[in-house]
Design a protein around this ligand. Structure first.
Ligand SMILES: [Zn+2]
Length: 108
């Protein structure tokens, strides 16, 4: 099942899963922002640390500076990612104290 309203090209999950908190096969709703980042850690169970980049305009120098931040995203059972992958994450309801995103898949 394709997610509607997602404009980035994402590698679709190859298999079905019965993960309740999966945006493709479960009941997890993706709403808000879709961001692209890089997986920096996969140490936690079904959770990825994703580094995302943003640009902040510095008025004094009339230039943009690069800002980075890390966010925690749930990895559904049908999504395969490894460290270093460029992935798309979608915003969801809070799933844990620090998790309010879900990994949608690798960016093609
Ligand atoms: Zn799934």
């Amino acid at each position: 099942m394709m997610l509607s309203g997602v404009s980035v090209k994402i590698k679709q999950p190859a298999r079905e899963c019965n993960d309740e908190e999966c945006p493709y096969h479960g009941h997890l709703k993706v709403r808000g922002k879709i961001r692209i980042g890089r997986v920096v850690s996969l140490k936690a169970k079904r959770m990825a640390v994703v580094e995302v980049e943003s640009f902040y305009y510095v008025k004094k120098y009339m230039r943009y500076e690069r800002r980075r931040s890390k966010l925690h995203a749930r990895v559904p059972a049908c999504v395969d990612v490894s460290e270093g992958d460029r992935v798309a994450v979608g915003e969801t309801r809070p799933l844990a104290k620090s998790v309010a995103h879900v990994v949608l898949g690798r960016v093609m």
